[in-house]
Structure formats: structure tokens, C-alpha cells
Write a protein that binds this ligand. Structure first.
Ligand code: IPM
Ligand code: MN
Length: 365
């Protein structure tokens, strides 16, 4: 392929700051005549306030046509529709469901130079993936829940055999590609559910066990989600790949991010059979928007995941190499103390962007 079309949506709050930084880093890694073409499209809460439309049809079409989608962040608290839900989340949520981006891959890794709030935990001790089912579960009820006579509200949690099978398979594949858990080097997939109480999760577990039989080389275990919240704090080194339902994955990803420096250090990749959507797991942080202090690392690492995914899909070594390059430079910059305010540092978003770009280009030459 000569040109890869990337649909870029900056979104709300700190979205433009972190997304702009990530685009510059990718440009630096691929060179000025590189194969990626970035085009910006509008969506989000600010666009909704201006136009009454949170996700224009033209933006949706551009995302469908693009080779990949890169997003800053969406949503502003209080910018809600009649049912009380946020308008600015349409972009993310509709893309997930309408493009069938069933696998939300969220690497959780403690980098050298970043301090974990957990005692006695250092770089390399936390390195696992939360694989969040992204196309069904409780989120499938979005827009379809019911409020009865203003008294009773109902949302339905949906789990299908097809949906569970494909996310669990993805979990085993990710484990096979990994180095295993930091604690013991064992490749392990942990099924995280609430099978002791709810039928839908018991089904999730049963299908997990069926699929696991196809991967005898990978260790498996079951952990209930409430216990998981504790284990991620007390023994994070144990985990390799954790596969879980949509809503549980949402909650656990923030807890996990807290152990490795906070939401600013939480990249994510949302992929389906054909399409890929890349954004950090954090929100739009309106409280610090426009101050130039947002942490861009999560979005930079999400952009690296985009290059890796594109490179693999199109067997294009240039992109895979650029992905590795951005990751190693990011790692080096963090280790050197290039830290934003959330990481107890003093570097601005632009300083981080420029330093990462410079180093990426220097290593080229
Ligand atoms: C995430 C976010 C989203 C979610 C929001 C922005 C819709 O919190 O990606 O984790 O709830 O899934
Ligand atoms: Mn979330």
C-alpha cells in the first residue's frame, strides 16, 4: 500500500493536545514523506454544543473508509441528552458497536521512571493485558434500556456464544505472543467473571473453558471480578492476559492504570476483523484542558499500537518498525525522567511531544 488513510478525531478537553502530540510522533517516526495520511474530522461534545450533532454522518463515513482511526478523547460532563447519558461519548461507543470492534486490548505496564503507588513494585513487575470484550456485555444495553413510569430502570447484559468465543480466542493468541507473567514467566489467561452469581457470567466461564481446550500450552484460571480488584493491587505480577466482559473491563482498566502511573499511562487498541480504532483509555479531563499539561504518553502508545496493527495487517515492515521505535523511545524518555505533572514531573505536553519526536528522528539518522 502506498498510502494509509488515518481518520483523526481530536474530540473534547485534552483530546486535541494529546492527539496532536501523537500525530507528530508518528510523523517523526515515518519521515515527512511517510505512507500515512492524516485527515481530521469533527465529533464529540463540543461539536454537539455547536451543531446539535455529536457524530456527523460524514465523520462516520470517513471512519468507515479509513485504514485506521485515531482519537484524542470525548465527552464533557453535563453535556447530556434527555435520557441523562453523555452526547460526547457517541463517537467511541457507536464506532465500537457499528464497526464491531470486539477486542479492546489494554496493556498495563509499569515503565522505568514511573512510580507505582504500590509498595515494593518496580519497573517490569507489572506487565499484563486487560482484554476487554468491547461489543456486547452490559454496554450492549446502551440506548436500549428502559425507564418504567419514572420508577424502574432496566439495562440488559447480553453475552453470546459467538461474542465470548472470539474474545477468549483473542486472549489466548495474545498470551501466546507474550513473554508470560512477570512473576513466573508462565503464559496464562485469566477468565474474570462473576459466575458464582449471574447466569450470563457462568456462560462466559463455560465458553471460556471450552475454548481453552484448544490451547493446552497456555495456563488458565478463573478469578471472580471482586477478588480481581484486590489481586490487581496485591499481586499484579501474577497476571499475563485477563479476559473479561465489557463493563468489568472498563472498571478494572482504571484500577489497573492507577497502579502504573494513572490514566495518562493507559493506552488502548480497539480492533475487529477489519477495522482498528486507537485512543488512550482516559477521558477528556476538562479540568486540565488547554493548560498544556496533559500526559500524551497514553495516546502516543495507542498510536504505536495503531502502527503495529496496520503493519501486521498489511505486512508492511516500515510500520511495524516505526511502532517498535516509538515504544523504545517512549520507554527511554520516561526512564530519563521526562514526566508530566500527573507523574509528579514538570514537563509540558509540548515538551514531551518535542523530546519524543527529536529522539525518534535522532535514532533514525
Ligand atoms: C473507556 C471509557 C469509555 C467507556 C467512555 C468514554 C465511553 O471510559 O474507554 O474506558 O466507558 O468504555
Ligand atoms: Mn473507562
Amino acid at each position: 500500500k502506498d498510502v494509509y488513510e488515518i481518520a483523526v478525531v481530536h474530540g473534547d478537553g485534552i483530546g486535541p493536545e494529546v492527539c496532536g502530540a501523537a500525530v507528530e510522533v508518528v510523523r517523526a517516526a515515518l519521515g515527512s514523506d511517510g505512507p500515512l495520511r492524516f485527515t481530521e474530522y469533527p465529533a464529540g461534545a463540543e461539536h454537539f454544543m455547536r451543531t446539535g450533532d455529536s457524530f456527523p454522518a460524514s465523520t462516520f463515513q470517513a471512519c468507515r473508509d479509513a485504514d485506521a482511526i485515531l482519537h484524542g478523547a470525548g465527552g464533557i460532563p453535563g453535556v447530556v441528552r434527555a435520557d441523562g447519558t453523555e452526547a460526547g461519548l457517541d463517537f467511541t461507543l457507536r464506532l465500537r458497536f457499528e464497526l464491531d470492534l470486539y477486542a479492546n486490548i489494554r496493556p498495563v505496564r509499569l515503565f522505568k521512571g514511573v512510580t507505582s503507588p504500590l509498595r515494593g513494585v518496580g519497573a517490569g513487575d507489572i506487565d499484563y493485558i486487560i482484554l476487554r470484550e468491547n461489543s456486547e456485555g452490559l454496554y450492549a444495553a446502551r440506548g436500549a434500556g428502559a425507564l418504567l413510569r419514572g420508577e424502574v430502570a432496566v439495562d440488559t447484559l447480553v453475552q453470546t456464544r459467538k461474542g465470548i468465543e472470539r474474545i477468549v480466542r483473542k486472549g489466548f493468541e495474545l498470551a501466546r505472543q507474550s513473554k508470560g507473567a512477570p512473576e513466573d514467566g508462565v503464559r496464562r489467561v485469566t477468565c474474570c467473571d462473576k459466575a458464582n452469581v449471574l447466569r450470563s457470567y457462568a456462560f462466559f466461564r463455560a465458553v471460556f473453558d471450552e475454548v481453552a481446550a484448544d490451547y493446552p500450552d497456555v495456563a488458565t484460571e478463573h478469578v471472580l471480578v471482586d477478588a480481581m480488584a484486590m489481586h490487581l493491587v496485591l499481586r499484579p505480577a501474577h497476571f499475563n492476559v485477563i479476559v473479561t466482559e465489557n463493563m468489568f473491563g472498563d472498571i478494572l482498566s482504571d484500577l489497573a492504570a492507577a497502579t502504573v502511573g494513572g490514566m495518562g499511562m493507559a493506552p488502548s487498541a480497539e480492533i475487529g476483523e477489519a477495522k482498528g480504532f486507537f485512543q488512550a483509555a482516559h477521558g477528556s479531563a476538562p479540568d486540565i484542558a488547554g493548560k498544556g499539561i496533559a500526559n500524551p504518553y497514553g495516546t502516543i502508545l495507542s498510536a504505536a499500537a495503531m502502527l503495529e496493527w496496520l503493519g501486521h495487517k498489511h505486512e508492511d515492515e516500515r510500520l511495524s518498525r516505526a511502532a517498535d521505535h516509538i515504544r523504545s523511545v517512549t520507554e527511554a524518555c520516561l526512564a530519563d525522567g521526562l514526566l508530566s505533572a500527573d507523574l509528579k514531573g514538570t514537563a509540558s505536553t509540548h515538551q514531551i511531544r518535542d523530546a519524543v519526536c527529536e529522539r525518534v528522528m535522532r535514532d533514525h539518522a
